[in-house]
Design a protein around this ligand. Structure first.
Ligand SMILES: [Zn+2]
Length: 262
């Protein structure tokens, strides 16, 4: 891939403590690999300030604010009001990360819905795209998005069926694809990625989580988005440059990001 095709990591947790000791080097490696911008969604209310600081300190980092479903024990109803104040004051590009996780045992589903549904309403009120986590809950996510209505956004780390993906892009939602697609055994996901309309595809790493094939057990990092892009390109029989340009344009379109001038 030449230096001209830049990539946006549409989902990175570069603010996470895993990067506290060498964040500058990690960002440098990302830029060297053509990953010039990252969307950095929040997970809990008490990390909003650190997230804002990290994104202000480095170029190309864009924060989103939200309450992540797997951190349910950290959330309190007043955090929803606090989130609304952050959206009002900070004017982020997106609300997130929010959603439903029906994979992890013991996460109260009613409570998850309470936070998710209210955040979808906030996204509509503030006219913001929403970054959604939907592990083992893609149908419920789609139903909630439909119920609230007039929303746009991305379902990150998509791992559902072709029909579930289709339901999402029919609603105008993007499908976020990352490390899992690099595993040969991910037959269903690879088939979806090879045939889905390119106009709804976003690339992500979810760093430090979801390491790519060949990097199992290590900290994932945004530079590896380059490998996600080449995998997606080879699955589709297309030029990586084209995938990079198209997914970058998709991300810019969804988030209202200006085009980058080299
Ligand atoms: Zn995430």
């Amino acid at each position: 891939m030449s230096a001209s095709a830049t990539l946006i990591d549409s989902h990175s947790h570069i603010d996470a403590s895993e990067f506290d000791t060498d964040r500058a080097q990690v960002l440098q490696r990302a830029r060297a690999a053509g990953v010039t911008r990252q969307i950095v969604p929040a997970v809990t209310c008490d990390t909003f300030a650190k997230l804002r600081g990290v994104c202000a300190e480095h170029t190309g980092l864009h924060p989103a604010y939200g309450l992540h479903p797997t951190f349910l024990q950290h959330h309190r109803p007043q955090h929803l009001q606090e989130l609304a104040r952050w959206l009002e004051r900070e004017k982020p590009l997106a609300l997130g990360e929010c959603g439903l996780d029906f994979y992890i045992e013991g996460l109260d589903r009613d409570a998850q819905h309470l936070y998710f549904d209210r955040q979808l309403e906030l996204a509509r009120e503030f006219d913001l795209p929403v970054i959604i986590h939907g592990r083992r809950a893609f149908d419920e996510v789609t139903a909630a998005v439909r119920r609230v209505g007039a929303l746009r956004g991305v379902v990150h780390s998509f791992a559902g069926s072709r029909e579930q993906a289709q339901q999402l892009w029919k609603l105008g939602f993007f499908i976020g694809i990352g490390g899992p697609v690099t595993y040969e055994r991910a037959h269903r996901l690879r088939k979806i990625v090879s045939h889905m309309p390119l106009e709804f595809l976003l690339l992500e790493t979810d760093a430090p989580d979801q390491p790519l094939h060949g990097h199992q057990g290590t900290r994932n990092e945004p530079a590896l988005l380059h490998d996600v892009c080449t995998t997606v390109a080879s699955l589709r029989g297309e030029d990586p440059q084209r995938i990079a340009a198209a997914t970058t344009a998709n991300c810019e379109r969804l988030l209202g990001l200006p085009r980058e001038h080299p």
